[in-house]
Design a protein around this ligand. Sequence first.
Ligand code: ATP
Ligand code: MG
Length: 423
Amino acid sequence: MTPPTPLEVNAEAEALIVLRHGEIFLKGDNRHHFEQLLVRNARRALTGIPGVTLERAQGRCFARVPQAQAARATSALQRVFGISSLSPAIPCPPALDALSAVAVHALRGLLRQRAIRSFKVATRRSDKRFPLPSTAVSSQIGAAIIDALGLPVDVHTPEVTVGVEIGREHCFVFVERLPGGGGLPVGSTGEVLLLLSGGIDSPVAGHLMQKRGCAVQAIYFHSPPHTGPRAEDKVQRLAARLALSQQQPVALHVVRFTAIQELIHAGAPAELLVVLYRRAMMRVASVVARSCGCTALVTGDNLGQVASQTLENLACVEDAAELPVLRPLLTYDKHETVALAERLGSFEISIEPHLDCCSLFVPRHPATRVSLKRAATAEAALALAPLLEQAAREAQIYRALPAGSSASARNIFRLSQSPLVAK
Ligand code: ATP
Ligand code: MG
């Protein structure tokens, strides 16, 4: 059999992107729901890319895109959680000659980018009307590749696997398997409220919760005039970044913390300040979370990174929360967090200088083991409750739309005041 020349391959018109979902298979009866969320999120990720269609077939999803948009669509889809891997593929008629020609064409394309030491062909034939069994298809296409390109076969540890799929609805060839976001589709496991500061850690913590299927809302505490508008602008851009990785806007609740902080500062022992600020944040965040349907709080805390993050102090802070406090970064080394921040695109924003309200008025050596009793005694001397209530009630809610790291805060819209105002 002589394979047609690449010129006969009409591979340029339309690209097919095969989306595979990993853990969704584990979800039994919920699988349909998970798949629907995955398709919804994939569709949202592709917003603004012209000529795209998405379909589900045989336990997978397929995106059809004009060839010119394939690279853009592929990188947008790589961000979608719940997709374990994806392959840009070339659609093809179900005929051995055509499949061989397309496989040669695709490998030649890859060869233009890099050397290939070895390959194998793996065929999946779900359309049993096709006359040859899959092993025969693989060996015949393999022979055509050897003829045309002279590449060596390695069936055990090939550098490149040429995938061939012959199905009733789709027939295609692919040579790449790119990583997807992994995890579970955003929205499949609930909604959480992330305590988002301008630092490196909290955006990454939010990102990891998104990976486990949570939609994220964010809450930011600031103390104007001690903290400036630039810090708030930074947090807004971080929220927009998180919106990009969950394919939907992030509600950002901005809480004015000044009066609370000043009261604590004036009336509590200096070495307790950080823990007491945090306890106050937990109380306000719990009220806001309840009012907006979030069932857990999330922080970027890490065990042992700073004085407020000892087991004793974390326990003391958590005691003030009315909802579970999740800390996905607890065990991470800083360089692991930084690597994730770079992938998320938040790192560049986080390293811009800013002053966080928790670093205001704090001593050089805060207490590392604050007992609940000490914290409660210090709080009892302060009339905090009305201020906490007021801060939650007066939180400003913004809607951060998906944006890349270079985007400005123009993508943020003030939505409304807290729903607590109406209560
Ligand atoms: P990050 O880099 O996220 O600021 P960090 O390692 O600097 O974290 P801390 O500053 O001690 O640690 O803060 C611990 C966590 O407390 C943060 O990850 C964040 O979840 C929360 N937090 C701190 N400051 C604020 C704030 N101003 N608004 C909202 N959350 C905050
Ligand atoms: Mg910080």
